[in-house]
Every structure is written in structure tokens, then in C-alpha cells.
Ligand binder design. Structure first.
Ligand SMILES: *[C@@H]1O[C@H](CO)[C@@H](O)[C@H](O)[C@H]1NC(C)=O
Ligand SMILES: *[C@@H]1O[C@H](CO)[C@@H](O)[C@H](O)[C@H]1NC(C)=O
Ligand SMILES: *[C@@H]1O[C@H](CO)[C@@H](O)[C@H](O)[C@H]1NC(C)=O
Ligand SMILES: *[C@@H]1O[C@H](CO)[C@@H](O)[C@H](O)[C@H]1NC(C)=O
Length: 897
């Protein structure tokens, strides 16, 4: 018995979301008196420093937040806070080490938080710090990126959202390009309306300056501005002069970079095959946007191009068996075909890609450039579904002869698989975001590969070493090949580059020698940039290659990437930045977030540091037990610690208090971090909505029903009020199933099953299990838990649930199955419908089902039956959620597990 049970909760982004949606007091007690963004681009390498100076105008201490958005492609390289004359610098550490420091802070009960979230182009950096009454704080964040040339231009994107009008607001951009700047344009929503007057552009031959100094009143008057000031982007686009077809070489302090983008060669006719997924999941807008994009792409083909169209679901269909010339008649016929593409069955990626390869292989390829473009929005579910097998089939069929580009539509795709498959075949994978402009994204991608100028490009640097990638399959008009490296002998006078490639029907060679000692190369204040550029490019490429490597080679490359990340203090997927704050060593961690969905670099084998939701229930001072509920949720809310006074009650009562604390309003009133309401965004970060498909068995019918439930949501899966039983599950976005399922039974039983571990407590017995162990069993007090290797049987009272642990493409998730519904128990929750029936009623055109005396439109779809380890794909009648549940989804969402 514990008589002094201190209950300590270190919480929980999730609960906080509900907290912040409560009433927020309006106070203007934070003054951002200066906000500068200073971006220097030297030879495409952009270093941006954001400096925000903030005063606490309140006569008491309060938490002040700093939140900015930075491009996904960039690496954070510095973060600093200056408070009362003292400087606090973030330090980049290996991920595991940073994690340790973070955990230590958590176990000491200090609040630890972190910084991340993902948008389409930008990432969120967010932190906060306590600032004394009437004091000031300076935040300074630096990030670096190599601007990539696309469609003939570089783009520098600067987001400005200071959260209030700022008296002294400045954006300064300085671009220095040795070959000369050919054009420069300032776009973005901050360049429109009254704000346009705040922009000045100054150009010299090799330099350009853009300043943006909006006055306070201008900051409230633009289209996207309001009482919280500006919120928008400045997009600076430019290109450089290309007088030398051999490219531009710059040398500085033992490093060089070679930019190669010749324009003196004709376009090469191309053979392009589009492989279009028209499986059921593409239905609706996706299919429509795909048709639209294809129609435009077809119009853009050149007459000497050859093209093929393949559509696939569980079957592969051809417009024509052969590649045909893009003549007017052929295009016209192809367009009619495209207009008729409709969505239907499952997804046989293997057969479709192999058919595309064969089509190209049958066609004479001499003097042309062949390209295979796969567009899909799902996993392989039909034909060959083993991803390894598909990859090896495709690799063997293509045999390095041409690239495969994979476009993953939306978040249901296994983007990891697409990335690997395209990298293995010298292409790239691109995500097409499900949005109103998806057709433009598709077309934009095509435009990038529309004009091949060179194939089989090899770049050679006799005096160079530690080179980044030097061999490229294709070079497209509007892009640029960048190679960087170290110079072997720094004392040599000259440096030679050689490029050999195949142009239209002939071999071409570009050879160049430059004077390595050209003093005008690099401005002195920026002399380290080239070394950093080299490191940036090397780390990016090493991380990218990780997916292709195995064993020792993979380890070695990972080690190298880590070494460079640490040396140059880049926050990459292998490192984290630890920010120690003034309050008694309070620690926060900044990580390179990974994109939502199942996409991830294998490089991130180190456990992802954060955000952790840590539920720390200290049963007494000595026995400090911690249940780590690990999550990769995108909600990034600082962790907060709060202590309730010790309670002198029985263990059982403790849990009810635990519940009360969660439910009470008081908890949210004492949240100290949010005392600065004027500066916070209370809405949760935008999360792409994605759904999980549930199978509803129907007795006496061959086809079950199925329905989709949008995730991420915390869902009430099963509840029996009479026996005080409930089971709730939480999904992550873009993932199948659940990553965490919680069981509550009677007053005091709490079982939390997550993909990482299983923890059970009932006030007396506390137990932890791990997946993948030998059979373990625990029987107590009406509860029986049996943990098998990848399955767990839970019995609580007369309710039995099986939790299966599935692994798909390396990502683990959970799925609950109920094989027997107890009699005479009225169960609720998404899985609560033990029996349901339907009748088919044939309308004139569409099929309808009569369920619970109501008619519902339906279509024949497929569902993966995760109630079985083999995950068979079954046909089902897809109906709206409401048809089965007779209620709205909101009735099944819970705010906490
Ligand atoms: C911007 O950065 C450059 C280079 O570091 C520096 O010379 C300049 O003073 C900075 N401008 C501002 C406004 O901080
Ligand atoms: C803060 O200001 C209020 C009124 O403006 C005053 O009553 C209070 O004593 C002040 N608190 C401190 C700590 O100075
Ligand atoms: C390459 O693109 C430029 C414009 O970006 C254009 O002027 C040029 O004609 C293109 N080259 C070929 C071969 O199409
Ligand atoms: C280009 O070079 C390769 C080998 O270097 C040779 O096999 C091929 O015939 C050459 N092509 C032309 C068109 O000269």
C-alpha cells in the first residue's frame, strides 16, 4: 500500500490540444520589437538567419514562444537564445545521445519539449522559454540549403509569420552569383497589394539585393494579413548566366563545386511510357486530376517523341501495345482513351511496370532517351505483392537502361517502396499531394523531364577527391548537375573538369581548366560556404543512398553522414539539436522531422527521438515507473509537467484520481506555457486526412460491408458500460491500423498496448511485456493477458479481444479483432456491431443496400483483413460510416485513450 502517492503527469500533446481549444484569455503582453530575416545566397547555397527580439511587457515572468517555418530541404545549423545577457546555444548531437539527455530531463520531472511538424514544403520550428518580468529575449535560428534548379530557375522561399505586427521588420536577401544573374523576380503572397511597396530590388551584374521592410500598418493590410500581422511567403526566383557550356567551377579553401547545365545541345527525342494506376482508391478527384494532367502532357509531346499509355488495376490494359509516334492522330486517339480512364479494382504494380519496361525494350532506343513514369496511389495488392520481389523484377527488367520515375499520389502510398524502386533504377520518386492542384503537380513533374538533352553523363575531376555523385543517367533542360569535392593538392594552380555524355546521336565531351587561385571567387565574409555546400550535398546523397545499401556498406555510409552532420552541426535525420534552457537545465530537442505517412529513410534506424508522449505515473518517490507512450504524432506541443498534491488514498482510488485529473478543468488553467495567447496558434497543425478501412462481417452474406474512418483520431473501438470496459485506439496519419490501443476495465485496470511495448497495471500488479517474446501469460482479477510473438489475447470479464501486430514495409501497427461477441451485452464502439444484416436492392444504375431500414449507395471495393496475420484482401461493399454505425464519426472519437 502506498499512502503517499504522488501523481505526476508529464504530458501529452494530445490532451493539450483539447486544452488549447478551451477559452483563451486575450492579453497583449508580448512585444516582438524586431524581426529580421537575413538570407545570403552564395553560388546557390543559401544561409538564412531569422532573428526575433521579444520583450515581456508583463510585470511577471511568462513563457514566450518562437515559431517559424523553414523549407523542408534545409538543414538547421544553429539555434541560439539570448536571455538577460546570457547565451544559450543549441548543440547538435547524435540522435540517440540527444534522446538520452532528453529522457534524463523527463525522468527528473523537468519539462522537455521539442520542435517539429511537417507541411507540404515547410517545416515548423517552435520553442518557448520563460522570460522574467519586463525582460527581453532574442531568438536566432540559422538554416542552410542548396537551391536546386528546376524548370530553368532557382527558388528561395522565405516564410514570414511573426504573429503580430512588428515595429522593426526586415527581410534582407543578398544573392551573389559569379556567372552573373540572368533574371530575378519576387513573388509570393507577401509581394502583393500594399506590401509590394515595401519591396526593393537592386541588381548589379553578379549581385542582387532584395529588401522587404513593411511598415507596421502595411503589415496589417495585405490579403493574408490581419490583426496578428503578416502571414505569408516571399518567393525569390532567379537564374544565372550560362555563357560557358562547360559549366561554372568555383574553388575555395580546398573545395570546389561544379555547376553543369549546358544549353548548347539539341533535345533528344524521348520514348515515354505512362503507367497509370486506376485502382479503386484513385476514384473521384484523383482520377479526374490524373486525366486532366495526362491530357495536357499529351499535348506537350513533341512529334518525334514516342509514347505509350498503360493503365492498371488488378489487370494491365494498354492503349496500344507498341510505342507510337506522337503524331496528331495518335495523340487524338490517346486523348480519347485517357478521357475514358475510370477507377476500378486492386493494384498490380509489378505486372504494370514490367509491361512498361517491355514496351520500351521492344522499341529501338538508339539516339533517344527512354523514360518510364509510374503513377500510383496505393500499395501493390494484386498479382505479385511482395515488395522485394517486385523491386528485383523491375530492376532486372530495366537493367540500368533507362530511369523509372515514381509518382506517389497522396499518403496511402508506400512511398518508401517507390523511393527505393526509383533510386534503384536511376530515377526519383515524387509525392503528389492530394490537393486542388494535383494535376499541376503532375504536369510540373512531367515538365521537368520533358526535354532530355544528354544521357549517360560522367563527370571527372582529376584533381578532386571525396566527390559527390558524378554519374547521371539523364540531364534535362532546365535542371542542373552539381558536383562538389575536395581538391587533392591545394597548391596547384589550375583545376580541370571533364564531362562526357551522349547527346542526340553523338558523344560529347566538355573539358575545362580554371585557375584555382582566382581571388575574386568567394567573398571573404562567406569563405566557408563551399565546404558547407560540399558537406550538405554529401550528407543529402549519403542519406538518400541508405535505402539502396545493406550491411557494412550501409553502416559505413551512415557513419560518414553522421560524422559530417555533427561536424557541420546539421540537424539531419541522424542528429538532433539539444537546446538547454535557463530553467534548471530544461531541455528541448529539435529533430529533422520525417514526412507523414510511411515514408522514412532507413537511415533513421535510431529510434526517433521525439515527440514522445510521456505518461509518468510515479507511484511513490522510490518506485518511479514510467510508461513511455511513444508516438510519432505530428502534433508538436511542448511537454508540460505538473504536480498534484500528494493524495493519501488507496491504489485503486489513485486511478480514479488519475482520471479526474485528466477530466478536470483545473488542469488546463495551470498550464504555464500558454500565458501568451496572442502569440500562439491554437489550431492543431494541418494533418492530411486519411482513412482506415474497417471490415464489418455480416452473417449469412458472402460479401462483408466495409467503411472508412478518417484518421488520425482517437477512436472508441469497443465499450461495455455495464462492466466498465472500454477499448480505445489511436492511429497515426497515413498509416494502417493503430499504433496504440488502451483498455480500461473497472476502476483500476489500465492496459496500454503500443507497437513498442505493452504495459498493464491494476494498482497491485504492474507488468510490462514486449512484442516478439515467447508466450507470456498473466491472470488476475478477471483479467487474462496472453502475449504471443505477434499477437495478444486480452480477456476482461466476458469480453475477449485479439490484438494482432502487423508489420508492413517495416512499419508496425496493431489491429484488434473480436471473434466472439458476448451474449446479452450491449456493446458500443466502432467494433461493437456484432450482428448486422443487409439486403441488396437494385436501383436502375447504381447498386444500393438496405441496412437498418435505410437505403445506401454502395460500390464493390476491397479491404485488407487485418484480423488475420495473412492479411487477405477481400471484396466488400463500401458504405458510409453512418450506414453501419447509425451515428456520426464524432460520436466515436475520444479526446484521450
Ligand atoms: C545579414 O547578413 C550579412 C552577412 O552575414 C551581414 O553582413 C548583414 O549585416 C546582415 N544584415 C542584417 C540586417 O543583419
Ligand atoms: C504588477 O502590476 C500590477 C498593476 O499594474 C500591480 O498591482 C502589481 O503589484 C504588479 N506586480 C508586481 C510583481 O510588480
Ligand atoms: C531549354 O530551355 C530554354 C528555356 O528555359 C529554352 O530557351 C531552350 O530552347 C530549351 N532548349 C531546348 C533544346 O529545348
Ligand atoms: C559513343 O561512345 C561509345 C563508347 O565510348 C561508343 O560505343 C559509341 O559508338 C559512341 N557513339 C557515337 C555515336 O559515336
Amino acid at each position: 500500500m502506498m499512502d503517499r502517492a504522488a501523481l505526476r503527469l508529464i504530458l501529452l500533446g494530445v490532451f493539450l490540444l483539447s486544452a488549447t481549444s478551451g477559452p483563451v484569455k486575450k492579453k497583449q503582453n508580448v512585444d516582438i520589437y524586431s524581426f529580421y530575416i537575413n538570407s545570403t545566397v552564395t553560388s546557390r547555397y543559401a544561409t538564412t538567419v531569422i532573428t526575433s527580439r521579444v520583450a515581456n511587457t508583463l510585470n511577471e515572468s511568462q513563457e514566450i514562444q518562437f515559431e517559424v517555418k523553414i523549407p523542408k530541404n534545409a538543414f538547421i545549423s544553429k539555434f541560439r537564445m539570448v536571455i538577460e545577457g546570457k547565451t544559450y546555444d543549441g548543440v547538435v548531437k547524435e540522435k540517440a545521445e540527444a534522446q538520452q539527455q532528453y529522457n534524463k530531463a523527463v525522468s527528473r520531472g523537468q519539462s522537455a519539449g521539442l520542435v517539429k511538424s511537417v507541411g507540404r514544403i515547410l517545416e515548423d520550428f517552435k520553442t518557448s522559454v520563460a522570460v522574467a518580468a519586463l525582460s527581453k529575449v532574442t531568438f536566432e535560428l540559422t538554416y542552410e540549403e542548396l537551391l536546386q534548379r528546376r524548370l530553368g530557375k532557382y527558388e528561395l522561399l522565405i516564410n514570414a509569420q511573426p504573429m503580430q505586427p512588428v515595429a522593426d521588420f526586415k527581410i534582407d536577401v543578398h544573392i551573389q552569383e559569379k556567372p552573373g544573374i540572368s533574371f530575378l523576380e519576387v513573388k509570393g503572397d507577401l509581394s502583393t497589394g500594399d506590401l509590394a511597396n515595401a519591396i526593393t530590388t537592386t541588381r548589379a551584374d553578379k549581385d542582387a539585393w532584395v529588401t522587404f521592410y513593411p511598415t507596421r500598418s502595411q503589415q496589417t493590410k495585405c490579403k493574408s494579413c490581419g490583426e496578428h500581422g503578416m502571414n505569408g511567403d516571399l518567393l525569390i526566383t532567379y537564374d544565372v548566366q550560362r555563357k560557358n557550356p562547360k559549366g561554372d567551377v568555383m574553388v575555395s579553401k580546398g573545395y570546389f563545386v561544379h555547376y553543369f547545365a549546358p544549353t548548347d545541345v539539341p533535345r533528344i527525342p524521348k520514348n515515354v511510357v505512362f503507367i497509370i494506376d486506376h485502382s479503386g482508391s484513385m476514384s473521384g478527384r484523383k482520377m479526374q486530376q490524373t486525366r486532366l494532367a495526362l491530357l495536357r502532357i499529351l499535348s506537350d509531346l513533341d512529334e518525334d517523341d514516342h509514347f505509350g499509355l498503360i493503365t492498371f488495376d488488378s489487370e494491365v490494359s494498354f492503349w496500344k501495345r507498341e510505342l507510337l509516334k506522337a503524331t496528331e492522330t495518335n495523340l487524338k486517339n490517346a486523348k480519347s482513351f485517357v478521357k475514358e480512364i475510370r477507377d476500378r479494382g486492386a493494384t498490380d504494380i509489378n505486372a504494370a511496370v514490367l509491361a512498361g519496361v517491355e514496351m520500351i525494350n521492344r522499341h529501338p532506343r538508339e539516339g533517344t532517351a527512354s523514360i518510364l513514369i509510374l503513377l500510383t496511389d496505393g500499395d501493390p495488392t494484386s498479382g505479385e505483392t511482395n515488395i522485394q520481389k517486385i523491386m528485383s523484377n523491375v530492376k532486372e527488367a530495366i537493367g540500368t537502361k533507362f530511369p523509372l520515375y515514381c509518382l506517389g499520389f497522396g499518403y496511402d502510398v508506400n512511398f518508401d517502396f517507390l523511393t527505393k524502386m526509383s533510386l534503384e533504377n536511376s530515377g526519383v520518386a515524387r509525392r503528389i499531394y492530394e490537393d486542388s492542384d494535383a494535376d499541376l503537380q503532375l504536369q510540373g513533374f512531367y515538365d521537368e523531364v520533358a526535354v532530355p538533352l544528354l544521357t549517360d553523363i560522367q563527370l571527372k575531376y582529376p584533381g578532386g577527391t571525396n566527390l559527390t555523385k558524378t554519374s547521371f543517367g539523364l540531364y534535362f533542360n532546365g535542371s542542373e548537375i552539381v558536383v562538389s569535392g575536395q581538391i587533392t593538392d591545394n597548391s596547384v594552380e589550375s583545376f580541370t573538369t571533364e564531362v562526357i555524355a551522349v547527346s542526340k546521336g553523338r558523344n560529347v565531351t566538355y573539358q575545362d581548366t580554371i585557375m584555382a587561385k582566382d581571388p575574386s571567387d568567394v567573398p571573404p565574409e562567406n569563405e566557408d560556404f563551399m565546404q558547407r555546400l560540399w558537406a550538405y550535398l554529401t550528407v543529402k546523397q549519403l542519406l538518400e543512398r541508405q535505402v539502396l545499401l545493406k550491411g557494412q556498406e550501409k553502416e559505413d555510409e551512415k557513419k560518414e553522414a553522421l560524422k559530417l552532420s555533427l561536424k557541420y552541426q546539421f540537424v539531419t535525420p541522424l542528429t538532433s539539436m539539444v537546446v538547454t534552457k535557463p530553467q534548471e537545465g530544461e531541455v528541448e530537442i529539435a529533430d529533422k522531422p520525417k514526412e507523414g505517412g510511411r515514408e522514412h529513410f532507413d537511415a533513421v534506424a535510431v529510434p526517433d527521438a521525439a515527440p514522445y508522449m510521456s505518461l509518468d505515473v510515479a507511484l511513490d518517490e522510490e518506485m518511479d515507473q514510467e510508461v513511455l507512450l511513444e508516438t510519432e504524432t505530428l502534433f508538436d506541443v511542448p511537454l508540460i509537467s505538473l504536480e498534484t498534491p500528494p493524495i493519501e488514498e488507496s491504489d485503486a482510488a489513485m486511478y480514479s484520481t488519475f482520471e479526474e485529473v485528466f477530466d478536470s478543468d483545473i488542469i488546463f488553467d495551470v498550464l504555464p506555457t500558454y500565458s501568451s495567447p496572442s502569440m500562439q496558434t491554437t489550431s492543431p497543425p494541418a494533418v492530411q486526412v486519411h482513412s482506415s478501412r474497417f471490415l464489418q462481417p455480416v452473417v449469412g452474406q458472402s460479401k462483408p460491408l466495409c467503411f472508412d474512418v478518417p484518421v488520425p483520431h482517437k477512436l472508441r473501438l469497443l465499450q461495455d458500460s455495464a462492466s466498465e470496459f472500454s477499448m480505445n485506439g489511436e492511429s497515426l496519419s497515413e498509416q494502417n491500423g493503430f499504433h496504440q490501443i488502451a483498455f480500461h476495465y473497472k476502476m483500476n485496470h489500465l492496459l496500454i498496448v503500443s507497437t513498442k511495448s505493452i504495459s498493464y497495471r491494476n494498482g497491485q500488479d504492474n507488468a510490462e511485456f514486449l512484442w516478439g517474446q515467447e508466450k507470456t501469460q498473466l491472470d488476475t482479477d478477471g483479467v487474462s493477458l496472453v502475449v504471443l510473438e505477434n499477437e495478444m489475447n486480452v480477456t476482461m470479464g466476458n469480453i475477449g479481444v485479439v490484438i494482432l501486430s502487423h508489420k508492413k514495409d517495416g512499419v508496425m501497427f496493431l489491429w484488434p479483432a473480436i471473434w466472439e461477441y458476448p451474449k446479452d451485452v450491449s456493446l458500443t464502439g466502432i467494433l461493437g456491431k456484432g450482428d448486422i444484416s443487409y439486403e441488396e436492392t437494385k436501383g436502375s444504375q447504381t447498386l444500393t443496400l438496405k441496412i437498418n431500414n435505410k437505403e445506401w449507395k454502395t460500390s464493390l471495393e476491397t479491404v485488407s483483413d487485418y484480423r488475420l496475420h495473412s492479411t487477405p484482401v477481400r471484396e466488400c461493399w463500401l458504405v458510409p460510416f453512418q450506414a453501419v454505425m447509425e451515428a456520426e464519426i464524432a460520436d466515436f472519437t475520444v479526446t484521450r485513450l
